[in-house]
Design a protein around this ligand. Structure first.
Ligand code: AMP
Ligand code: ZN
Length: 428
């Protein structure tokens, strides 16, 4: 059962569609001041097969910033009906503008993604992510309505109200950030609510990096199936790549996005199945097409076909962003390596934070780890043992020895939006 016929197009037909749409995308893009300059000597004629995309230069976040706010628009401003802003914390934000057609095709992609996880119009869907400029709010909202599900725009936070809505309206599916999902599960436990007694069956989790271990925790604690959801504002928002019921990688919707994975240093394609930086091109966006966008997100194509029958390739869980990499004492570390180690240690609770600081001339790394309440009452020696075990497991993985600080459950501040996992206190 599929939402859209293109989901099972044979590969060669899918590629023909991509070429046709890429040509149109270039034609449209050439109406924007930025691409007129950027795509010198390139026209739709330059493209005869998917591989020809390599003739086109990349578009970077810096390009978007330098042309903020309107430099990529291909139509008059009055043709646009919505804008969103990406959630980066530093520098000029990037603003993305949508025509009504763009919004309609985005909603249809989100609806398709939700359908792939088993959500149907008979479901009651509670969107527990922030609305406003963040695309996870309105993106899922309109997607869910497009699918025909009863949609509750709960927004982020206010856990007590979220629980009441779930109970009162027999909510069956939710969209929730993974860091908040763990916090939410903890609140249920605290209130003595048995998730088995709730009607929830599906959680869509994404918008921030999280490990397979975290997914498993969410599934167990909420007695739910959790599906990984990937997207970014520059490519509309959620609905770029999504897990199907097989939960084995995210189908990237290749009729609407042309995906490449490159070595971030050489910019050459990586070998099949190798990890690299995802580069995406919009294929159906009319108002603000973006070509060969360097997402900075690290992933790989999963080889082979998915038992669901969809022909669109799958990408692996995002391993991190190339700009998330921490360098401590000359060693490269990704926050997800730390999360993976922590979430496999039974005494560890649900939250953690990484701090970088100076010690003399050296960089140091401190990992603050919440410990389950049951262990926090143990005597000092037991706690020291736990601390030692966490330290050694971490240093085996990241190859530097971090300071590990055990924290009481719930003591690391919880943010309403995406979790801030790394705090850099180093002198710049
Ligand atoms: P924004 O457009 O500001 O909401 O942020 C988009 C970014 O969030 C992406 O480029 C990724 O770095 C991250 N992101 C989104 N979905 C996921 C996911 N499922 N797993 C890991 N990171 C994600
Ligand atoms: Zn599948």
């Amino acid at each position: 059962m599929f939402f859209h016929t293109t989901e099972t197009l044979p590969r060669h037909e899918l590629e023909l569609l991509q070429v046709e749409r890429l040509k149109k995308t270039i034609e449209k893009a050439l109406h924007s001041p930025f691409y007129q300059e950027h795509l010198k000597n390139i026209s739709s004629e330059s493209i005869n097969c998917v591989d020809d995309i390599k003739k086109i230069p990349f578009t970077t976040k810096d390009n978007l910033r330098a042309n903020y706010p309107y430099g990529l628009l291909t139509q008059a401003k009055e043709d646009f009906v919505r804008m969103h802003v990406s959630s980066g914390t530093t520098g000029t934000p990037t603003a993305i503008f949508y025509t009504q057609n763009d919004l309609d095709s985005w909603s249809s992609l989100v609806a398709r993604s939700m359908y792939a996880t088993g959500i149907r119009k008979t479901d009651v869907f509670q969107n527990m992510s922030g609305y406003g400029l963040f695309t996870g709010g309105l993106g899922f909202h309109y997607g869910s309505e497009h699918l025909g599900a009863l949609t509750i725009p709960a927004g982020a936070g206010n856990t007590a109200r979220q629980i009441k809505l779930i109970k009162d309206f027999s909510v069956t599916a939710i969209h929730i950030l993974p860091s908040y999902a763990l916090h939410f599960a903890q609140s249920l436990m605290k209130d003595g609510i048995d998730p088995k007694k709730l009607s929830l069956r599906i959680a869509l989790v994404g918008a921030e990096p999280h490990t397979e271990e975290t997914r498993k925790h969410i599934e167990e604690l909420l007695d739910i199936k959790a599906f990984n959801s990937y997207g970014l504002t520059e490519m509309n928002g959620p609905g770029v790549a999504f897990e199907c019921i097989h939960q084995s990688g995210m189908h990237i919707w290749e009729d609407c996005y042309l995906a490449e994975i490159i070595d971030p240093d050489t910019c050459e394609p990586v070998a099949d199945g190798e990890i690299g930086e995802l580069v995406l091109t919009t294929l159906t966006r009319e108002g603000m097409p973006i070509i060969r966008y360097r997402t900075r997100d690290l992933t790989r194509f999963i080889e082979g076909t998915c038992p669901c029958g969809r022909t669109h390739r799958r990408i692996d869980r995002i391993a991190g962003r190339s700009d998330d990499m921490i360098i401590v004492k000359g060693v490269n570390i990704y926050p997800m390596q730390i999360e993976q180690v922590l979430m496999n240690i039974p005494e560890v609770g649900l939250n953690y934070q990484i701090e970088l600081f100076n010690e003399g001339l050296l960089d140091q790394i401190r990992v603050k780890v919440e410990i389950k309440s049951a262990y926090f009452v143990e005597d000092m020696r037991v706690l020291q043992g736990i601390q030692k075990r966490i330290t050694s497991a971490l240093s085996n993985e990241i190859l530097v020895t971090p300071r590990v600080e055990l924290m009481q459950n719930g003591s690391i501040p919880q943010t309403e939006g995406k979790a801030q996992r790394v705090i850099d206190l180093r002198n710049k």
